[in-house]
Every structure is written in structure tokens, then in C-alpha cells.
Design a protein around this ligand. Sequence first.
Ligand SMILES: CC(C)(COP(=O)(O)OP(=O)(O)OC[C@H]1O[C@@H](n2cnc3c(N)ncnc32)[C@H](O)[C@@H]1OP(=O)(O)O)[C@@H](O)C(=O)NCCC(=O)NCCS
Length: 202
Amino acid sequence: MKADERVETTRLVLRRPQATDAEAIFDRYASDQNVTRFLGWPRHRSLEATREFLGFSDAEWARWPAGPYLLESLEDGRLLGSAGFAFETPYRAMTGYVIAKDAWGMGYATEALRAVVGIAWGIGLVRLYAPCHVENAASVRVLEKCGFAREGVLRKHSEFPNLKPGEPSDVLCYALVNDRARLRGSAPSSEAKRGDSPPSKG
Ligand SMILES: CC(C)(COP(=O)(O)OP(=O)(O)OC[C@H]1O[C@@H](n2cnc3c(N)ncnc32)[C@H](O)[C@@H]1OP(=O)(O)O)[C@@H](O)C(=O)NCCC(=O)NCCS
């Protein structure tokens, strides 16, 4: 089942990215050194990198029930950030979110993540998880407000290219599981058929 490409919350619109969004994504958050510090993808140094992300996003949406969403203000259409899914199997996806610096501290990430969780259960996901740098206190708070459980520390697990390039860092693993979801078909064989998707790039 495919997710809706446009979802509204109280203050946000979550929508599938389009090719025409490149400049806004680049300007609002993807090129910002401060905002991308704790992210797993290299900050965009040119619009070309943003266009690559948009190609990646289209491929994710074509292959899986959902992919990245942009977050816009429902009130004035301003781009506020991004959130969404990186599917690994039909029942398991990673989530992540980023908010433009001038919109931090207003509850937007929490509102967006709650919407992502709603979409996840609607399309039959069983496990939604979020890796998070051990020092990313604001993100930990967002995950805990949304009910994610801390499963543990994955030691020297991931590279944070804007923080310590080339050096894996410790990562907290947070997850939500939907015990009531019914798997369509047999999970192991679906996983073997589909394989893993590449890591999120934007
Ligand atoms: C993390 C991020 C997404 C949070 O976005 P946001 O819209 O400001 O988040 P919210 O306003 O919904 O919630 C933030 C919470 O963290 C708290 N917080 C902020 N900075 C904090 C800090 N340094 N230490 C502890 N808590 C902090 C806020 O007080 C708020 O909690 P509260 O509602 O209990 O007061 C945003 O800072 C961001 O884009 N950071 C860069 C990208 C990133 O790290 N993404 C996550 C990758 S795992």
C-alpha cells in the first residue's frame, strides 16, 4: 500500500519532494553547517547535491510505499524542513528529520514525527527506528516525546560526515514497534527479495 504523498497536521503540510524544490531545500537547511552537524549525509555544497537527493527521493518513492517528505508551514507555505522514511524491508524503515534553524524550538519536529508514525502504521510498517548521535539532546527529546523507546547504544556505528568525517561514532538506537500490524506474506522472504535500500541522502 502506498502512503499519501500529502498529509496535513495542525500546523504542517508533509508532502513528497518535487524537482522544483531544490533551491529551497539547499537554502533552508541542506547547506547549513549548523543544522547538518548531527546528520548522516554530507551537507550539500552545491545545488547538484540537492538534485541528487531529489533523484534518490523519487527512486525511494517508486520502490517503496513512501520516502522522504518535505515539511511546509500550513499557514504560509514556507519550507520548514524534512522528515520521512528510508525503507529497509516492507515492514521496517528508518526515520529521520531536520528542521531549518530559524524554526527550531517550536515543536515542528515533534509534530512531524508524530505524523510520520501515523503514516507508518497506516501503511503496515511494524518497526520504525531512528539512529541518533549520542550528543544530539534535542533529537533525543523529540524521540522520547513521540514515545520511541531507547534500545541501546550502537558503539562506533555510523559516520557523521559533517562532525567527524571518516570516523564512526556511537549512536543511540530508538524505535517504535506496532505489535498489532499484520505482515503481508512472509517477512523473511520479502526481505530477501527486496534487499536493503541505500542510506538516506537528504
Ligand atoms: C533536532 C531537531 C530536529 C529538533 O527540531 P525542533 O522542531 O526544534 O524540535 P521540537 O521543538 O519538536 O522539540 C525539541 C525539544 O528538544 C528540547 N531541546 C532543544 N535543545 C535541547 C538541548 N540542547 N538539550 C536538551 N533538550 C533540548 C526542546 O526544549 C524541546 O523539548 P520540550 O518540548 O520538552 O521543550 C532540530 O534541532 C534539528 O533540525 N537539528 C538538526 C538536525 C538533526 O539533528 N536531526 C535529527 C537527527 S537524529
